[in-house]
Design a binder for this molecule. Sequence first.
Ligand code: COA
Length: 185
Amino acid sequence: MSRPIRSGPGVPAWHDRAVVVVNRAAGSEWRLVRAARLDALAEAPYAFGSTLQRELAVGEAVWQQRVQDGTWFLARDHGEVVGLACAVTEEARPRQRRLEAMWVRPPHRGGGAASSIVAAVVDWAQAEGAQAVCLWVADGNPRARRFFERCGFAATGQRRPLPSAPGVAVGEWCRSVGRATVEDS
Ligand SMILES: CC(C)(COP(=O)(O)OP(=O)(O)OC[C@H]1O[C@@H](n2cnc3c(N)ncnc32)[C@H](O)[C@@H]1OP(=O)(O)O)[C@@H](O)C(=O)NCCC(=O)NCCS
């Protein structure tokens, strides 16, 4: 599907068979990450635990720090940012990486950008020595559920309310990384 290549000093990149390129965002790209995240929250509020209102209130210095210290991925098509995702390590689950904030601009859906983002995150998680990548998907988000199922994720049975809309339930989905099984993690 997608193969890692090197693209400049220490920055991994992944090329899809199409023209979408996924890179881990550099700290200096925090404005691009912020803009894409705000677009995502405005366009697909049903999908995320945070809200546009809450993220608009976050100061620029905090965003800078978030991108500097965190692991964000940007998908670009001919230089235009068409998607993003964030990968998080939870202290309590060091062998897993959590995929969050995944979003692809509507005109680019169905075109392989989302698969490239997942491939980049899974490659990164494997390089980190993780054994599984997990995420929370809302019950009422059938497109995302189908997409992640196609990418090899399966429901673990863990459930909780969506923080931004407690009436909505989210389920945890995981997939193994490399040769590990989800149970290893
Ligand atoms: C989730 C997301 C990243 C997936 O990217 P995408 O480009 O849309 O994914 P794809 O088109 O490759 O795959 C979607 C799959 O769902 C199917 N699908 C589309 N609409 C559907 C619906 N209403 N119900 C069920 N399946 C649906 C598609 O046919 C496709 O399945 P297939 O490959 O078996 O044909 C993207 O839709 C998105 O950004 N959504 C809004 C934000 C979001 O939900 N993020 C995830 C948070 S957990």
